[in-house]
Design a protein. Structure first.
Length: 569
């Protein structure tokens, strides 16, 4: 089943659409019974209709009418073919035509008149409110369209003030804002400040692995207390893996040879999900709580500018250059008495790792103390894990198959008990200054090292060399917020293609504070050839073959040295 914006190719369904509408009106005994096929075709060809098709079979339809030069808009002719009723199709069509109407006529009032309870419920869910006919369009052409309804005499007798239909109206707010909401101080300040400034705020938390169900419930309570119109929690762990993490594994990406890009990677997905949602509600503004000092402002702004170019980006913390104390004072002054005690260490947890910031990371010489890390040492023995990969993806642990996301979580559960995956990353920010951040990423480090060993056994030396080089570029572009640049898709295609033979099982031994990658078993292991054993013997060439190869191989170096006669004394 497809539900799409209709185009010229769908004009062939006009007669069937008109017949279906008329038959339905006869069964109900109310409604506008007749539509002209030429009129339906004009709506289709102007992109003002939505059609549902089951293959090439007509299943449902709805179109847009505009009145008073676009001041009012109606979604008319909603119909589902009898063969497809009772499947929720009308609701899906209604939502798509409603969003299409808001996109094409962002400043219009969207109205409906109906006697159908099902349509009233759908309208209510979309935000319509019951109104008198006096609040609907004055355009006489709209009301003349009711002449084919059997109840038209009621409308005439009341001089168009009322009829058996109920009038319903949706009005776009003058200000609508979509806020990236994490539940912390900065985004809580933004929610309250934007609400007090007259914005209709939709707070959205994109969960990339950092929040459990109870935390999300508390976050929603706080958001509603701050005055937001709606709170939405979006689970994005599968998308996070499919869009980003799998390529970080394929590329064995560790920025500056240490950091698995735990935070920068998830910010990309969070920004994309927020932009997508903002587009679905036709927000005019999109907001986030980043300051003007870090990398996140760049990542969020770049994604928003690319995916929601018509929306104005609002960043109150950055624009007002607020201190933490000023944010707390504002919230307290406005009746928000939640305690905002600053923990000694800031923690940002996600599926691919946890960042840890504190006073020590603001210096160049101090390590983070043991208590700064969220996972404390709980095991002092050892544990062997056998990680099974298929085409570069971890599909099983100790022979138990599960999704890659579930396997990442399970490895994290095991390895974190050994306090594995800790380090401090030192790098260059997008803004050009040096920065330090602590991190704990047990699953990420274990998976990348295990995968890399498997690749060493199954890929050629030139595949490995070019992959290593490309991984540095991929990690840098991701860190810098350039995920939507098409070069990223080019590199991902290379990574994906390189994984065809990266299948097998890798044995890892977990120990306190570290781990070893012990060995691999793979049918694609290039060490299993009959050509020879490294450093021992060979079966594929003679000593004379080897001497001839070395003589030719050294030609370029010999020519250079004889010509330039460089001295190395």
């Amino acid at each position: 089943m497809k539900i799409v914006i209709a185009n010229k190719s769908h004009s062939i369904y006009a007669n069937e659409i008109c017949q279906t509408i008329e038959q339905a009106a006869q069964v109900r005994g109310t409604g506008i019974a007749r539509r002209n096929p030429d009129y339906i075709i004009s709506k289709i060809e102007n992109g003002n209709a939505v059609i549902a098709l089951d293959g090439n079979t007509f299943a449902g339809f709805c179109y847009i009418e505009s009145w008073e030069h676009g001041k009012f808009v109606a979604n008319s002719g909603l119909i589902v073919h009898p063969d497809y009723r009772g499947q929720g199709l009308a609701k899906k069509i209604k939502k798509i035509i409603f969003n299409h109407s808001r996109s094409k006529y962002p400043d219009a009032k969207i109205f409906s008149i109906t006697t159908g309870l099902a349509v009233m419920k759908m309208n209510s869910e979309l935000g319509y409110k019951p109104v008198t006919f006096s609040e609907l369009t004055d355009d006489q052409m709209f009301w003349d369209g009711c002449q084919t309804c059997k109840n038209y005499d009621v409308l005439q007798r009341t001089k168009q003030a009322m009829c058996l239909c109920t009038g319903m109206l949706f009005e776009n707010k003058k200000k609508g804002s979509k806020l990236a909401y994490s539940g912390g101080l900065d985004t809580s300040y933004c929610a309250k400040y934007l609400t007090d400034s007259g914005y209709e705020v939709y707070a959205v938390c994109v969960n990339t692995g950092g929040f459990d169900a109870e935390e999300l419930i508390e976050m929603e309570k706080r958001a509603l207390q701050l005055g937001v119109k709606e709170f939405q929690a979006i689970s994005a762990m599968e998308k996070y893996y499919d869009y980003v993490i799998r390529y970080l594994i394929f590329g064995n990406v560790l920025k500056n040879n240490s950091y698995p890009l735990s935070v920068s990677a998830e910010r990309i997905i969070q920004a994309m999900e927020i932009a997508d949602y903002a587009n679905t509600i036709n927000a005019k503004y999109i907001a986030h709580g980043s300051t003007g000092a870090g990398n996140d402002q760049v990542r969020f702004d770049m994604i928003f500018q690319s995916m929601a170019p018509e929306m104005t980006i609002i960043t109150p913390i950055r624009e007002k250059r607020l201190s933490r104390q000023e944010e707390i004072a504002y919230l307290n002054d406005n009746g928000i008495d939640i305690e905002w005690n600053k923990a000694k260490y800031s923690i940002n947890a996600g599926l691919w790792g946890t960042s840890v910031g504190g006073d020590e990371t603001l210096t160049s010489d101090k390590p983070l103390p043991e208590e700064a890390y969220p996972s404390q040492l709980k095991r002092t023995d050892s544990q062997i894990l056998k990680l099974t990969f298929e085409k570069g993806e971890c599909v099983a642990i100790d022979g138990q198959f599960d999704s890659p996301v579930q396997n990442i979580e399970l490895i994290q559960k095991y390895a974190s008990k050994f306090a594995i995956g800790r380090d401090i990353h030192v790098g260059d920010t997008i803004l050009g200054i040096k920065g330090r951040v602590g991190f704990e990423a047990a699953a990420a480090i274990v998976l990348i090292k295990a995968h890399h060993l498997l690749e060493k056994h199954t890929l050629t030396k030139w595949q490995l060399q070019h992959k290593d080089s490309m991984a540095q570029w991929y990690g840098m572009h991701l860190h810098e917020g350039l995920y939507l640049d098409p070069v990223m898709r080019n590199m991902e295609a290379f990574f994906e293609d390189s994984q065809d033979h990266v299948s097998g099982t890798v044995q890892v031994t977990l120990k306190p504070y570290h781990f070893t990658v012990d060995g691999v078993e793979s049918e694609h292991d290039l060490m299993r050839s009959d050509f020879g054993t490294y450093g021992e013997y060979n079966k594929a060439w003679t000593a004379e073959d080897a001497k001839g190869f070395i003589k030719i191989y050294s030609n370029q170096s010999k020519i250079y040295q004889q010509l330039n006669k460089e001295s190395y004394d």
